[in-house]
Design a protein around this ligand. Sequence first.
Ligand SMILES: [Zn+2]
Length: 240
Amino acid sequence: MHLQRNQDRELPCRQVLGYSVQGRPIDLWQLTQGVHSLLLIGGVHGNEVEGYDLLERYLAHEGWRSWAGKVTLWMIPRLNPDGCAVGQRLNARGVDLNRNLPTRDWIPTPSEARYSPGAAPASEPETQALLACLAWIQPQLILSAHSCEQNPCVNYNGPARELAEVMAAHNGLPVTDDIGYPTPGSLGTWAGRERGIPTLTLELLRGTPRDPVWQEQAPALQALLEFVASGSHEWPNNEL
Ligand SMILES: [Zn+2]
């Protein structure tokens, strides 16, 4: 993988982070260059179109242009392009990418088939691409956009409560650090709990049409970026 920052490149710039099980490219966009770095991730679960449609719409809408010089904004619109192509949660090998990260609590046996963690931690090419990306860009804040069948929320892991509350003030969703069941091998655990990187998991209500999602969530996303750009957040010191 030969990823480049934007020194000699025009932004926005798209790079290929890696390839899915079926050979689809996993894109990484750098939209702006600034002070604090923020990574937006969509399409971890391919049946959660509400989440990745929101990010792809944000990418197309170009509201992010106002963060140039303030925030280094990265986006992986679809981490699981194979799942997104057919509308399934799991990747093409039947693995839940949000249970496949090499966390201390990774377990080989899922509580349900839809949480299949893979043959080993980081066994999947999509997970390996994400890990390489995280090590390279060292985000100070991660936001992953998902959807769920009930109890939509702004979930946070690590020192991110204040950031979750900024979003919640605009989208009206409850803030919680506990979604009610264990998530071994998840990004929130790997980045937020184990490394102290503020990590938000936006859980939208499954089945919400795309226009209401956009109307409700785009202001929350912009508010989060405004808060980061304003410099008023106190960042933890951490290294991957
Ligand atoms: Zn999900």
